[in-house]
Design a protein around this ligand. Structure first.
Ligand code: SF4
Length: 373
């Protein structure tokens, strides 16, 4: 029996989309919502770009996008693809030839922008290259670079213009008997993005790539993305996502996972539940949580840990977590295992001890999962 059956208010009914593949990663249908990021090194600096791809993959990225602005980048892409543990999407703007070169270089997917890729003849050549090299395509509509005839028709960028641009390009792909595509309609404005995605979700069964473009720095971009993507995901819309931040790609991956974890759509690593702390705390909650976040980064098994300053909320939260610690008096607190009070532990040794307990629990959960396969 799933937890959603017990707690129906947690249930999210995902929109039914067609499934495609980006390399070996399924996108759409009942596949998990894939988390993406994008490198920000010069693509021609192969070593630096591969290092970013590896770091993003280690943080959990399922797919990584790399910009291909010139011919030298197309050549570098070939080496990057070879070194990457995850499928690489080539980001193409303006030059349709880069799309062809990227397909030849082994990109798993080509992101093309309908607003600047050129006429249908050029798109047809990119489609042929994608077919020949087993690439999928993302139609990446962006409010900031819509086609001129749509801006003339609608007067300014708006959800209707973005969706029309996307649907026009879907038709071009379908006319060429190409169906391995997904689509995004991004804007930096949360309202415009959300409206465009809702209209798009009604108009097509193609898998949808979610994103708020140019969302901003770490804090503001995270909040904008959590609101915009969060409400769409809550409505069941979205098969893959990228959180755009003016920050390290690893941060984008972490924020993407946190959004999905908050909605119970994906689980990875330790979900720490902690109180904000106040004068009642029996130990330094903030410092402890900071230390535990760092020390538990390597744990990929989905599980929960509650770190609560005192008995006001500690035992209650511990009931619903795999491992818990609640502050008490005289420099020690209570350790909870599987929701039950287990033993006392001194505040001084608590971080090391909790790390041990979490690792033990993760090993047990992994063994159970392996036995169930
Ligand atoms: S759980 Fe206790 S320490 Fe934490 S915020 Fe609430 S009252 Fe304060």
């Amino acid at each position: 029996m799933s937890i959603n059956h017990i707690r129906p208010w947690r249930h999210i009914e995902r929109r039914k989309s067609r499934q495609i593949h980006v390399g070996n990663v399924p996108v759409g249908g009942d596949a998990p919502i894939a988390v993406q990021t994008m490198t920000n090194t010069p693509t021609t600096d192969v070593a630096a770009t591969v290092a970013q791809v590896l770091a993003a993959a280690e943080a959990g990225a399922d797919i990584v996008r790399v910009s291909v602005p010139d011919e030298a980048s197309s050549r570098a892409l070939k080496e990057i693809v070879r070194e990457s543990p995850v499928p690489i999407v080539a980001d193409i703007h303006f030059h349709y030839k880069r799309g062809i070169e990227a397909a030849e270089a082994g990109a798993a997917c080509l992101r093309i922008n309908p607003g600047n890729i050129g006429d249908e003849k050029r798109v047809a050549e990119v489609i042929r290259a994608a077919k020949d090299h087993n690439c999928s395509i993302r139609i990446g509509v962006n409010a900031g670079s819509l086609e001129k005839h749509l801006l003339d028709k609608y007067g300014e960028p708006c959800p209707e213009a973005m969706v029309e641009s996307g649907l026009d390009h879907i038709r071009i792909l379908q006319d060429h008997d190409f169906h391995e595509f997904k689509i995004s309609v991004k804007a930096s404005d949360v309202f415009m993005s959300a409206a465009a995605y809702q209209q798009l979700a009604e108009a097509t069964d193609a898998p949808i790539h979610l994103g708020i473009t140019e969302a901003g720095g770490f804090v503001s971009g995270t909040i904008k993305s959590a609101i915009g993507l969060g409400q769409l995901l809550w409505m069941g819309i979205g098969d893959t996502l990228r959180v755009s931040l003016s920050a390290d790609p690893v941060e984008e991956v972490k924020v993407g996972f946190e959004i999905l974890k908050s909605l119970g759509l994906r689980h990875r690593g330790v979900n720490i539940i902690s109180c904000p702390s106040c004068a009642r705390q029996g130990f330094d909650v903030i410092k402890t949580v900071e230390a535990l976040e760092k020390r538990l980064e390597h744990v990929k098994t989905p599980m929960s840990l509650s770190i609560i300053g005192c008995v006001v909320n500690g035992p209650g939260e511990a009931l619903m977590t795999d491992v818990g610690f609640t502050g008490g008096g005289a420099g020690s607190g209570m350790v909870y295992l599987a929701g039950k009070a287990s033993h006392k532990m001194s505040n001084a040794q608590m971080v090391d001890h909790i790390v041990e307990e979490v690792e033990k629990k993760a090993a047990q959960l992994d063994a159970e999962a392996a036995a169930a396969e």
